[in-house]
Design a protein around this ligand. Structure first.
Ligand code: NAP
Length: 251
């Protein structure tokens, strides 16, 4: 499979693949040949819609529910997948949540739930796939962080801390797993049109647009393209990096 630009015969797990950026990533990976395992937390209908879209474009995959914040459940389900499919070659840690609020008013449970899903969830999935990737001496782990991990954002101390933690995890894991031919990278989207950002008031969207050199919000597909590239053989010498996809919002 050396120098294979497609992902034929690769098995990919995309957490939070039911909607938004995760759905676009699942579709893109499957479009270039990967078997796409679409994880979701609650929204079975949306996950099944992703799978239908995958099949419509000639790909294949399955849907698997688990809460990435639940260490035991995540490990068990991922171990089952690995024994059933023989491997997980590509892990995309995309599942994420937010619960915004200024620090002085933040509820402790909003701090904890965001850290647990975004950061501990990423750790749980990496922990569950790493050994099998090490044995096979091939793997790609792509962690979805955020522009606010580096820029900061008022009202998002929990979210930006979770996403900054993902960058530290990514770089450390890239060092640990590099000798086993496993690349670990992070992709940092800016403002992307999904359910997560659709509640932003129109005037806030306009203010954000004014700060973006490309003068528009991004689409899930803008993120999916670079994720798929990082999964290919052509990206074999890229590890420990944070790739920004933000229209120039943060440089
Ligand atoms: P979204 O539309 O809100 O979708 C979130 C996805 O994550 C859903 O598939 C959801 O599953 C899943 N999910 C949430 N909690 C989960 C859990 N505990 N276990 C498993 N799955 C869980 O979000 P999005 O905008 O596509 O964001 C995707 C990723 O990109 C997130 O990590 C987000 O932080 C990051 N990001 C987004 C933006 C943006 O502007 N949109 C910018 C920077 C970074 P269900 O469908 O079952 O609920």
């Amino acid at each position: 499979m050396k120098n294979n630009p497609s992902l034929q015969e690769r098995v990919a797990l995309i957490t939070g693949g039911s909607r938004g950026i995760g759905r676009a990533i699942a579709l893109k990976l499957s479009a270039v040949g990967a078997y796409a395992i679409v994880n979701y937390a609650k929204n079975l209908a949306a996950a099944e819609e992703t799978l239908t879209l995958i099949r419509k474009q000639g790909g294949n995959g399955e849907v698997v529910p688990f809460d990435v914040a639940d260490a035991e459940g995540t490990r068990k389900l991922i171990a089952d997948m690995i024994s059933r499919k023989g491997r997980i070659d590509i892990l995309v840690n995309n599942a994420g949540t937010s619960a915004d609020g200024l620090l002085v008013r933040m509820k402790d449970e909003d701090w904890e739930s965001v850290i647990r899903t975004n950061l501990t969830g990423t750790y749980n999935c990496c922990r569950a796939v790493a050994y099998s990737m090490m044995k096979r001496r091939w793997g790609r782990i792509i962690n979805i962080t955020s522009v606010v991990a580096e820029s900061g954002n008022a009202g998002q101390v929990n979210y930006s801390a979770s996403k900054a933690g993902i960058i530290g995890l990514t770089k450390s894991l890239a060092r640990e797993l590099g000798p086993r031919n496993i690349c670990v990278n992070a992709v940092a989207p800016g403002f992307i049109v999904t359910d997560m950002t659709k509640s932003l008031p129109e005037e806030v969207r306009e203010q954000i647009k004014e700060q973006i050199p490309l003068a528009k919000l991004g689409t899930p597909e803008d993120v999916a393209g670079i994720v798929a590239f990082l999964a290919t053989e052509e990206a074999a010498y890229i590890t420990g990096q944070v790739i920004h996809v933000n229209g120039g919002l943060y440089m």
